[in-house]
Each structure stands twice: as C-alpha cells, then as structure tokens.
Design a protein. Structure first.
Length: 504
C-alpha cells in the first residue's frame, strides 16, 4: 500500500533549509557550466595558454570583467533570495498526476524529503525495495567515503624479490591507473633497480587482492571490464574515458605487459614475459625507493573465496621499489557519479570490503556496503547489494534509502560525504544528465536538478537534490519498473524532479 503523503514544512526548517541550500548551491551548483568544485584546479592547470589566435585581440584596458554567470544562475539566485516560507503547492497534487504517466510503467515508487530535517514530504511506496539500476552508485559512494574517508588513495606498487632478480607489479584496486602513471612507475622502478646494480629482471604481477570471480554476473559486456585489482585505463581498448567500450579479457596481464615494455624503454632488461604470481612479503620497515609512505589500505579480505589468478605467496622478503597512487577518494566518487562509471563503482565497493575486513569480491563488497550503511543509521531492511555498479537486476534499494543517503551527504556534521552531492550530474549541463532537461516542462529543472540516473532495460530511476523556490534543499528518489521504453520513462522522471524546482 502507498505510504501516507505528508506536507509539513515549518518556519524553523525553512531557515535551516535556506542555509544548507545556499551552501550546497555554492559548492555544487551549476557555476562554470556545471563544473564540479573539486575539478576546478585540475581544469585550470590543463587550460591551454597559447595558440594560433592568442594575439588577434588586444585585452581591453582596465580590470578584466568578471565571469559571466551560467544560464541558470539567475534562477538559482531567485530561489535562494526568496524568503523562507511553506511551499505554496501541495506536493501530492503536483506529483501524483506526474507519477501516473504511462511512460513510467506499472511499478513506481517515490520519496521526497527535506534534506535539512530528514522529514519526508511525500512518499509513494517509499520503503518498497526496487531494482535501482545505477542509482545504487549513491549507496556505494556513501559507504566508501564513510569507511575510508575522502582522502584515501588506492596504491599500485612494485616490489623486488630478495635477490632482485624478480620484480612484481602489485595491484591495489585502482582502475584509473593510466599509461602516464604506469610510465612514471616503470621509470622509478628502473632507477631504483639501477641504484641497486640490477640491469635485468623477470616480471610477475599480483592481482590477488580481489577474491572470487572477476567477471560480472552479466557476462562479457562493454559496460564493464573483468573486475581486477590490477588494470590499466579500466581495461578500455579504444582510448575512451567513459561509456561502453571494448574491454580487455585479462586486464592484469595486459597491464603487466605494458609495464614490461615501459620498463624496457627505461633501460632495464626484461627476461621472458610477465607471469602471474604473488608478491613476496616486504622486508619489515622497508620503504619504496621514491620515499613514499606505504598506504593505509586494509588487509586483504579473509574468506573461502580464492584470490584471482595468483600463485601461493613466496617466503622471501621483498624490497619496495616504486609506488603510484590514485586521486583522492573524493575525486573518484565524483567521477563515479557524474559519468556512472561501472568499473570505478566496483572498485569503491571492494575498497569498502577491505576496510570492513570482508573478502574483496562481489559478495564481500555487498556485505560491507550494507554494514556501513546500517552503521550510519540508514534503513537497509529488504536491501540487496549484488554489485556496486547497479548492472545486476538482483540489487534492491528503496526510494527511502536513497533519499536517506542524500540527506546524510547533506548533513553539515558529515563533511566527508559531501562529494556524493558535488558528484551528482547537473540537469542539462554535465555527465549523464547533459542531454536531458532540454524540452517541455522539464526545462525548469535545467541547472537546478542534480541527480544520479539509472537505466536498465525496463528499469529507469532518478535520485538527487533540488533547491526549491523558498530555498529548501530537497532530496528525491523516483524508481520505475517494467517501463516500456527509456525514451518515455526518462522524460517522465525529468518532469517529476523539475516539478520540485522553482517555476518561472
């Protein structure tokens, strides 16, 4: 049975909502065409400073003009300047007709809450578990940030055997490792070996941090590579950075092969071809040659599930040679949510498993994510985490859990979870929402709605935040099942979320 629909807004929550919404809009709003705050420094550093046309126009005299606001900035500012007051329209009257859209299919649930107070403002089957598709990435991200903190980085290391005749490339679970960082790792390794008088080595690679099957239950698929603790460019074979792509069948082997080639170019002779193996135990107190401190990663999960593609560990002690680390977890979460990155979502789930002392597998990660969310006081009854990405139809989340997750991320006392909000795509501007909110009534949500999308055949979902006319930050989640087509379901979801935004 649908849950009672409520509409209780007080002047007190309005004041609190205004303050929180203003802060959220400043940090996560559509400034700079939806660019995320956490990416601005990198974007500025990468901006070209020269070019063929740099001298065609003389800069005007006087101080440079201020940046032009994003097209939707005026609407945001009007919403924040409106005096706190109860919303004029009854949410039930607004949302019920929109939820009845045939494009949403026969199964649909909804939850809208005041992100400041956590009070539910509207609910329709809000506690009913549904297949969430990629909106489960919100849960994966919250769990990872809660378990590890926003500054956690995922390492990839190189260690040498005691006799320095073998070096082992050790995967720590970083799918964002790219060729530039791998080259730097090979260069540092060659330098460290040269300092020890070693000119030739064999190479092994260790992807044994992960347990259980590497292949996602959906089978070979361009939406996700085999889940490996050692991989280069997410196993992508076409140079792309997001979306479907041809994938490597054995990402760990391909990464080790690329490392061997780069090590050869750096001046070290590589004997034979890379082979799977386990890294020897590091010598006590040893540090990488680069001087980097060992990471604070958790011990590999214990359990009956076998390690992926690794031989038993050798007993000889190893010497750490070189190390590279991922971007901070805060950046990884933003990338996961903005681009709906399946490979990175599975990595975040396994990092959570390691932190929770669970096997780094699909099963262990699911248990760890659920345990972390339960510890945050979230409603996990009836949930199921079959993966971290949402590709599995066996996942189950409720709309109430999704809005609860977003409310936790907006909590001023939980700043570590804020990247969940800043990583949400901006309607009409960025990520998986860049091409939406551009027609009909949904255009009122462009620039104002931030939300994670979810799409499987017959499943369409949307969960995120919006600032209302009176300055409240609302968290919403709309889940639809047995939808006839994404081409009718997605616009219907967009209209639902846009109805929460300021009109006119």
């Amino acid at each position: 049975m649908p849950e009672p629909r409520t509409w209780q807004l007080t002047a007190c929550s309005a004041v609190l909502g205004l303050a929180l919404a203003a802060g959220a809009a400043t940090a996560a709003g559509p400034w700079d065409n939806g660019q995320r705050k956490a990416e601005r420094a990198r974007a500025a550093a990468a901006t070209p400073t020269g070019g063929a046309h740099h001298a065609e126009k003389r800069p005007p005299a006087g101080p440079p003009p201020g940046p032009a606001p994003a097209p939707s900035a005026a609407g945001v500012l009007r919403a924040l300047d409106t005096p706190p007051a109860a919303l004029k329209a009854d949410l039930a009257a607004v949302l019920v007709p929109l939820l009845a859209d045939p494009g949403l299919g026969p199964l649909r649930t909804a939850s809208v809450v005041d992100a400041t107070t956590g009070r539910q403002l509207y609910g329709e089957g809000a506690t009913t578990p549904m297949t969430p598709a990629s909106t489960i990435k919100i849960a994966t991200s919250v769990a990872a940030l809660s378990a590890l903190g926003p500054d956690h980085r995922i390492p990839t290391t190189v260690v040498a055997s005691a006799d320095r005749r073998t070096v082992t490339l050790v995967g720590g679970g970083d799918p964002t490792l790219d060729r530039a960082r791998l080259k730097a790792l090979a260069t540092a390794t060659a330098r460290a070996l040269g300092n020890r008088g070693t000119t030739g080595v064999r190479i092994t690679y260790d992807a044994g941090l992960y347990r259980g099957p590497a292949r996602h239950p959906i089978g070979p698929n361009e939406n996700i590579a085999p889940v490996s603790a050692l991989m280069l460019d997410e196993g992508r074979l076409d140079g792309s950075h997001s979306g479907p792509a041809p994938r490597a069948a054995d990402p760990a082997r391909d990464t080790a092969t690329a490392f061997a080639e780069l090590l050869t170019k750096a001046g070290t002779t590589v004997q034979g071809v890379p082979a799977p193996g386990r890294a020897p135990k590091p010598a006590q107190g040893a540090e990488p040659a680069q001087g980097a401190e060992p990471g604070q990663g958790a011990e590999p999960g214990q359990g009956a599930e076998p390690a992926q593609g690794a031989a038993p560990a050798r007993g000889a002690e190893a010497a750490p040679l070189a190390r590279t680390e991922s971007a901070p977890l805060s950046d990884l979460v933003e990338r996961t949510l903005t681009h709906s990155d399946n490979d990175l979502a599975e990595a975040l789930a396994r990092q959570t498993a390691l932190a929770r002392k669970q096997p780094a597998s699909f099963t262990g990660a699911g248990k760890a994510v659920r345990a972390e969310l339960t510890a945050l006081g979230l409603p996990t009854t009836g949930t199921r985490f079959a993966d971290g990405s949402g590709l599995s139809r066996d996942n189950r989340l409720s709309a109430a859990l999704l809005t609860g997750l977003l409310t936790r991320a907006a909590d001023p006392d939980r700043p570590a979870l804020r990247p969940v909000l800043t990583g949400l795509p901006v309607g009409g501007f960025s990520g998986t929402l860049q091409g939406r909110f551009d027609t009909g009534p949904a255009t009122t949500g462009a620039g104002l709605v931030r939300a994670k999308t979810g799409t499987l055949t017959g499943v369409n979902t949307l969960a995120g935040t919006v600032v209302t006319r009176d300055g409240r930050l609302l968290a919403f989640a709309f889940l639809a099942g047995r939808t006839p087509s994404p081409y009718t379901a997605q616009p219907a979801l967009d209209r639902l979320s846009a109805a929460l935004a300021p009109q006119g």
